[in-house]
Ligand binder design. Structure first.
Ligand code: P6P
Length: 355
């Protein structure tokens, strides 16, 4: 019988390499795993929404039905606000930092999370996900500050995601490779199912929303044709897959090889950064893909090197096999000078607070 490896056992075995490590990290990741179990259960029930009652109404059990993204957001907060492991949190659903309630102890980590990525897919029973990133507190004093929040991806202590699909899988890295755990609902435990994930050298798919091609820059349009084998040296085309949940598209491309991209938008020079959030989506996935041998770029350079200036700043993202991402950078830097000139000063803005 193969070893039965839970998240706890896996982290403890990895932590042996860090004699000074405390169990705080293990417990933090375990808190996220518990949140994933609770969110997964609610998502399963959402399929019965007509019976249970739509969000905002009382369900057949007399409970107030919550929108699932509100449920996910509140679940992650409630599982982490009292543990004494965090000094602050930030959620894609909240404008500002979420402080730890004063009657609870404050800790040495920061948690940033997107509680339910792709939530609009719930109604059509398509996969959705949770994304989380963990930084260490770097300022004095008990409370988390914006300085603690706005650290570059190079400082990440850990990151991960949960995909709620045909099965619920939690994937995380603490900087020692990328590992996936599948939820066994019969016992309510995550077990190691994808040890040390490496992105395959040969890509299979590309993921983007071609419906918005008219808003793309000339270089990105050429790159899209290159992926299809139409532009350039006539490479073998890649299959196109797009779910509309970045976590799900990323997960497939991580296991099968490929690239997901959500480019900037030249038609909107006030917002050339595209749609994805740096602190709640892009940084965590860039950390994971690099740990798995891939690469993530905003078109100009590594997303992990971006110095954040705003909690909700957006970035274009090209993420997957390094050769595919670097090809995108080449097309953008060769054909999209106007976009690069509009985006770079926005990306490199000074933080709005004094560090
Ligand atoms: P569009 C979900 O809202 C999300 O942030 C990503 O998970 C997903 O890839 C993208 O937006 C979908 O956006 O504009 O293609 O519908």
């Amino acid at each position: 019988m193969n070893k039965i490896v839970t998240i706890e056992r896996h982290i403890l075995e990895k932590q042996k390499k860090y004699p000074g490590a405390t169990g705080v990290f293990t417990n933090l990741l375990y808190d996220m795993a518990l949140a994933a179990k609770l969110i997964s259960r609610e998502i399963l029930r959402a399929g019965l929404i007509d019976i249970l009652g739509a969000a905002g109404e009382e369900n057949v059990y007399g409970e107030q039905q919550q929108k699932l993204d509100v449920f996910a957001d509140e679940t992650i907060f409630k599982l982490n606000d009292h543990t004494g492991r965090l000094c602050a949190m930030a959620s894609e659903e909240h404008e500002d930092i979420i402080q730890i309630p004063p009657h609870f102890d404050s800790g040495k980590y920061i948690l940033l999370y997107d509680p339910l990525d792709g939530s609009s897919n719930i109604d059509v029973d398509a996969p959705v996900g949770t994304i989380f990133a963990i930084h260490r507190k770097i300022t004095e004093g008990p409370h988390g500050t914006m300085t603690d929040m706005l650290q570059s991806g190079r400082s990440l202590a850990a990151a991960g995601y949960v995909i709620y699909g045909s099965s619920t899988i939690m994937v995380y890295s603490t900087g020692q490779g990328v590992h996936g755990f599948t939820l066994d609902r019969t016992v309510g435990e995550f077990f190691l199912s994808h040890d040390n994930i490496r992105i395959p050298a040969t890509p299979t798919y590309y993921s983007c929303n071609p419906g918005y091609e008219k808003y793309w820059t000339p270089g990105v349009r050429r790159y899209h044709k290159w992926l299809q084998g139409i532009e350039g040296e006539g490479r073998k085309p890649l299959g196109q897959r797009y779910i509309g949940t970045m976590v799900a598209d990323f997960h497939r491309n991580l296991l099968k090889g490929g690239i997901y991209f959500y480019p900037g938008d030249l038609q909107n020079p006030a917002k050339p950064q595209g749609k994805l959030r740096l602190m709640f989506e892009a940084q965590a996935m860039a950390f994971l893909v690099e740990q798995a041998g891939g690469y993530a770029s905003d078109g100009l350079g590594n997303i992990l090197d971006i110095r954040p200036h705003d909690l909700h700043q957006r970035v274009p993202m090209f993420i997957g096999n390094r050769e595919l991402v670097e090809q995108a950078e080449q097309y953008i830097q060769q054909y999209d000078q106007e976009w690069c000139d509009a985006y770079r000063p926005i990306r490199d803005r000074q933080p709005m607070f004094t560090p």
